[in-house]
Design a protein around this ligand. Sequence first.
Ligand code: SF4
Length: 284
Amino acid sequence: MSLPLASPRSGRGSACGNAQIGNRPGFYIGPRRIGTACISLRGLFLYNIGMANKGMTAEEKKSVASFIDLASDLARGGYFLGEREYSFYDDSDIVDNHEKSTSSLQNCKACRLCERRKNVVPGEGAPNPLVMVIGEAPGADEDACGRPFVGKAGQLLDKMLASIGLSRESNCFIANIVKCRPPENRDPQPDEIAACAGFLECQIQTLKPRFILCVGRLSSQALLHSAEPIGKIRGKFMDFEAAGMTIPLIATYHPSALLRNEEYKRPAWDDLKLLRAALGAEGK
Ligand code: SF4
């Protein structure tokens, strides 16, 4: 069964203003911006077909999913990605697996960040993301509601993603390298990053994004096992390798750095254009 992006089951709003799939934190079923209606329509199609497909063969399901993917790509005016490897009948496994690992995280005490958190912030977005955005750590706003990137930096991140046809409601998943807020918004320490790394790796393995966009120095350094400053890491694709997977990764400045320093906006835009070009090339 598919993960419906907008189905009759959507309607439960979270404290932070977005609907989630019942008790499945982290996955949207009710986009905050209904302007992505064609994507919602795709979700509805997939949901309904997923519910009614018991008599269909795997090949028939795949054909229908491919057609819907193609139609939604074109209707959205976004990237033409052709046939995708995933299809609707895989989504429930992805959601279930993510749900299991997310619920186990709620009581995690593997590092000292558990002591002052209000909420664990596992991440949220599409179950079959084109792009997984990985930041550093939840801040006060995120800690308060359990969702990633909801403050000013998050709003800027949403705008940055929208500028290249991406959104957490449709084709991105957004997470951090640590899932609990460091006190006073300090940087997460190496032992805290290491303690949380298994969950992030599990998320990447489960979600299988086509690309990873690291925002900020710490997440870029952690995923690439690098000590280079972000100014040297950004501006090019590198390979993220883990558990037999190789995923193209591009790093850029954290949105909060862009809010503090206008000079970073141009290079960040250059990085987004590189990602946009790679997404476009992928669809050829
Ligand atoms: Fe557990 Fe990660 Fe939170 Fe540390 S930051 S307590 S490892 S969930």
